[in-house]
Design a protein around this ligand. Structure first.
Ligand code: PLP
Length: 398
């Protein structure tokens, strides 16, 4: 779909590493170019025309994001560097203040480092308890296991909507209902979901939500933290400096600006924020349902064909996302990735930043194909053909 919009596809590369970062459409690249060539200026500082234009473009993006994720108020949208910064802001700006020794945060072993490591640091720093929701036999999080893990001490639950390792889609709406009923702060990492399926802050009763622009057809260096307004008001910034303060005095007094400006100290990634707006417009124009349907069709086609190859081990046949993980039997995943690169096929090999899951699955590394709207059946046919002929793999890799 829409391949002509993506300049990276003009070459001969088959790009299957969208879980790491997606390709960018020309409209996103042009928007950033427009800012640099036509109205470069800082935001919220200048009175001249270019500065007014930049202010307008930047502030408008907040409303576009609000609408995209169905938040209540545009002031609930904070621009960050990406998911990692957004989740750290929740941990160190909010949880650190609101949780105390012995309070429990529920996570699971399939989470990305960004949605686990900050809580382990808090465990060490202030004595909260990081508790793991058991995964089922397919390494999935179930509502039943969530319910069984909650105790009176559970104060927060952090989970990715879609796992970057095995691509399972978590029951986040149902978990949101449980968290609402039990008064648990609900933190959802939408990094692998945004741009692939509907992200909805209100429907899912989410307290805080994070995503990165670069995985959803947008630029690197920009992401979003959504937080319910009353919770953001109770959150401390990670960065102090220009743009986020009302005043500061010699006597040590100071006052910060209101939400969300107090979180955006210093010059923000202006071109990137504008690029993010364009990425959202692009996704909205194509239609999120259409993108999702296309990816699921491709995923089924890929699984069907991978299953026909004798020495392929598939780990997540059932998941309802465009992420497929496999290995060639007795071949180290990175060797497979190097072999595929020889045929200009880009995939990801490794533990995908979820270092705990590898012990649970009893495998150290996997190959991950992650799809997006511009991938095609012809590309999958080529991947299958190359995998079928993998008897020459070690001639190529070594
Ligand atoms: C599920 C998940 N969460 C968080 C992140 C971190 O995103 P970023 O590196 O853009 O901050 C990633 C990146 O791979 C991810 O897949």
């Amino acid at each position: 779909m829409n391949r002509e919009d993506f300049p990276m596809l003009n070459g001969d590369v088959i790009y299957f590493d969208n879980g790491a970062t997606s390709l960018k459409p020309l409209s996103v690249i042009k928007k950033m170019d427009e800012y640099y060539t036509k109205y470069t200026s800082n935001i919220h500082r200048g009175d001249y025309d270019a500065a007014q234009k930049t202010n307008h473009e930047y502030d408008e993006t907040r409303e576009v994001v609000r609408d995209f994720i169905n938040a209540e108020d545009k002031d609930e949208i904070v621009f960050t560097k990406g998911s990692t910064e957004a989740l750290n802001l929740v941990a160190f700006g909010f949880l650190k203040k609101h949780l105390k020794e012995g309070d429990e945060i529920l996570v699971n072993k399939g989470e990305h480092a960004s949605n686990l490591l900050p809580y382990l640091v808090l465990q060490k720093e202030i004595g909260i308890v990081v508790k793991y929701i058991p995964l089922n036999e397919n390494y999935e999080v179930t509502v039943e296991n969530v319910l069984n893990s909650i105790t009176e001490k559970t104060k927060a639950l952090a989970i990715a909507h879609i796992s970057n390792v095995i691509g399972d889609v978590r029951p986040i709406t149902e978990i949101g209902e449980i968290c609402k009923e039990k008064g648990i702060y609900y933190i959802v990492d939408e990094s692998q979901a945004v741009g692939h399926t509907v992200v909805d802050a209100k429907r899912d009763n989410i307290s805080f939500l994070a995503f990165s622009g670069h995985k959803m057809l947008g630029p690197t260096g920009v992401g979003v933290l959504y937080g319910k307004k009353e919770l953001l008001e109770e959150t401390d910034p990670l960065l102090y400096g220009g743009g986020m303060n009302q005043f500061f005095e010699e006597d040590g007094s100071y006052e910060l600006k209101s939400v969300p400006t107090k979180f955006e100290g210093g010059t923000p990634p202006i071109a990137e924020v504008l690029g993010l707006k364009e990425a959202i417009k692009y996704i909205n124009n194509v239609g999120i349902e259409k993108i999702h349907k296309h990816e699921i069709e491709l995923k089924r086609y890929l699984i069907e064909n991978l299953e026909k190859i004798d020495n392929i081990i598939l780990y997540n046949k059932k998941s309802d996302s465009g992420i497929i993980v496999f290995n060639i039997d007795k071949v180290f995943s990175q060797d497979t990735s190097i072999y595929l690169n020889h045929y200009k096929i880009a995939i990801r090999a490794g533990n995908h930043c979820a270092k705990m899951l590898k012990d649970e699955m009893n495998i150290r590394n996997t190959c991950r194909v992650s799809l997006h709207l511009y991938n095609t059946k012809e590309e999958i046919d080529r991947l299958i053909e190359v995998l079928k002929n993998s008897e020459d793999i070690f001639k190529i890799v070594l």
